[in-house]
Design a protein around this ligand. Structure first.
Ligand code: PLP
Length: 474
């Protein structure tokens, strides 16, 4: 038996509870998937062909489009990543300008690099009570489009990892008034169209391209995702062509059958499954109303559990550790002042009860700090103590090279403490969530260095910084 199988079996036999993706929570019992090898094929005669679908895969994708309320839907078997790469390379030609929310997933920046695009950034508002990014303001979108009339498309993430949605409808209206398309990375929102208790999907908001990871919040295999496309402002034929470039030429029928099965089940039985989910969640939140030190964000996507310890003696990373080591609950992510759990229709009452018990116990072991830390640094001459990466605003003067230009430069590795004013040559981000703090081609500032040092001190995983060294242009 391989080490990987052994480790997975141990996980399966353990009492560890998953508050993370995939949305099926390793619990969906479906007879067809009991022996995965017996139905694991790729394209053979009589079973249709994803890239030229005219049989059962065409029917399944048409069903997905109908259920989701999309004009056209295509199955992705390499995650939302491949949908993002295809959509961006499909809407803008080499060297063109694109308007991008700075809190996008790294796949967005990889597409910009591959296509050698010029990026103009939108910064979401910062929510200081929670240290997270809020929505993208439509007025900022309008202002940037007036400032740069040659922008060819807009890309935003909604909902965010933490479940914050933007006013997609307003942003789509602005995009269309300027004759350009809006791409929404809705990787975290594949469940949104299924119930009115969820925030509105970008599909309702008239976005042109909407990309969703089914595996994050729905009972669907890891890597399964959808791209919904609307003709008009975006060249959908070109986007589909690029999907064939980026995605495997051997799509897994396990994945595609799983997606179809999930969508069919939600269409037929979704309403009572969501009712059961909301009942468990409401019950859990009622029990949590007595918390004084720990706070749970409530006006975000109900599938996201943002648990904040901001202003207390505990950090998010410490909270994650206690959850795992003491309560055997594995979370999706830990940030500096909060942790994030994903809850779905496949969670159980037992799971919610364990979570409630853990939180009540942890609540008793932490203290509120006397001082409100949310205002620190406001009077200093530079922001050496940003509350979080979400607060960071990139100055346009600090973007020295485009993402593609940096690849042509000679580089060297230096100590992060010696990197002030140097030009970064790598992606630097916390992982998860993979939202860049620094992009290749950007000038490194003292604020970046202070924030990265703080993250490292707190044992957070900073990609792009290894043994305190960072890659810079020579
Ligand atoms: C906002 C966002 N977009 C895209 C992705 C990529 O999705 P996938 O893992 O399905 O490729 C992620 C992954 O976490 C994400 O958080």
């Amino acid at each position: 038996m391989s080490d990987i199988i052994r480790k997975l079996q141990q996980l399966n036999e353990s009492d560890e509870y998953p508050l993370h993706m995939p949305g099926h929570k390793r619990s969906v019992g479906c007879g067809f998937f009991d022996d995965v090898y017996s139905i694991d094929i790729t394209e053979i005669i009589g079973y249709d062909n994803l890239y030229e679908a005219d049989g059962m895969l065409k029917d399944a994708m048409e069903r997905a489009a109908r259920v989701y309320g999309a004009e056209e839907t295509f199955f992705l078997v390499n995650g939302s990543t491949v949908g993002i790469l295809s959509a961006i390379t499909g809407v803008a030609k080499r060297g063109e300008r694109i308007l991008v929310a700075r809190n996008c997933h790294k796949a967005v920046f990889h597409a910009i690099e591959l296509r050698d695009l010029q990026a103009v950034y939108l910064h979401p508002e910062y929510l200081p009570d929670w240290d997270i990014a809020g929505g993208i303001e439509p007025q900022e979108v309008e202002a940037k489009l007036l400032q740069y009339p040659d922008i060819k498309a807009i890309v935003i993430t909604s909902p965010t990892y933490e479940g914050i949605v933007s006013d997609v409808e307003a942003i789509a209206k602005i995009a269309h008034a300027h004759n350009i398309s809006l791409i929404v990375d809705e990787a975290h929102g594949a469940h949104l169209p299924f119930d009115t208790r969820f925030p509105k999907s970008a599909l309702v908001g008239d976005a042109d391209i909407v990309i969703q990871s089914m595996h994050k919040t729905l009972p669907s295999f890891t890597q399964t995702a959808l791209i919904h496309m609307k003709k008009g402002y975006a060249d959908t034929a070109r986007i589909k062509e690029y999907i064939g470039y980026y995605q495997t030429s051997s799509p897994s029928y396990l994945f595609m059958a799983g997606m179809d099965e999930c969508i069919a089940t939600l269409e037929k039985e979704g309403s009572h499954l969501w009712d059961a989910f909301f009942e468990m969640r409401d019950d859990f939140l009622k029990k949590m109303a007595i918390l004084q030190n720990i706070r749970i964000l409530q006006d975000n996507d109900p599938c996201k559990l943002v648990i904040s310890v901001k202003g207390t003696s505990m950090s998010g990373v410490e909270l994650q550790k206690i959850f795992l080591e003491k309560h055997h609950i594995q979370l999706e992510m830990a940030a500096e002042t909060y942790v994030l759990g994903i809850i779905t229709m496949c969670d159980t009452k037992e799971g919610f009860d364990r979570l409630a018990e853990a939180l009540l116990e942890i609540e008793g072991s932490i203290a509120k700090l006397a001082q409100d830390v949310s205002n620190r640094g406001q009077n200093s001459d530079f922001r050496d103590d940003l509350n979080s990466l979400s607060e960071w605003r990139t100055c346009e003067e600090d973007i020295v090279y485009s993402l593609a230009e940096v690849r042509e430069k000679d580089t060297e590795e230096i100590l992060i403490d010696e990197a002030d004013r140097r030009i970064c040559a790598d992606y630097v981000n916390l992982y998860p969530p993979g939202i860049p703090l620094l992009l290749p081609g950007e000038r490194i500032t003292r604020e970046h260095i202070a924030l990265i040092n703080r993250y490292l001190e707190k044992d957070m995983h900073v990609q792009g910084v290894s043994e305190r060294r960072i890659l810079v242009c020579r």
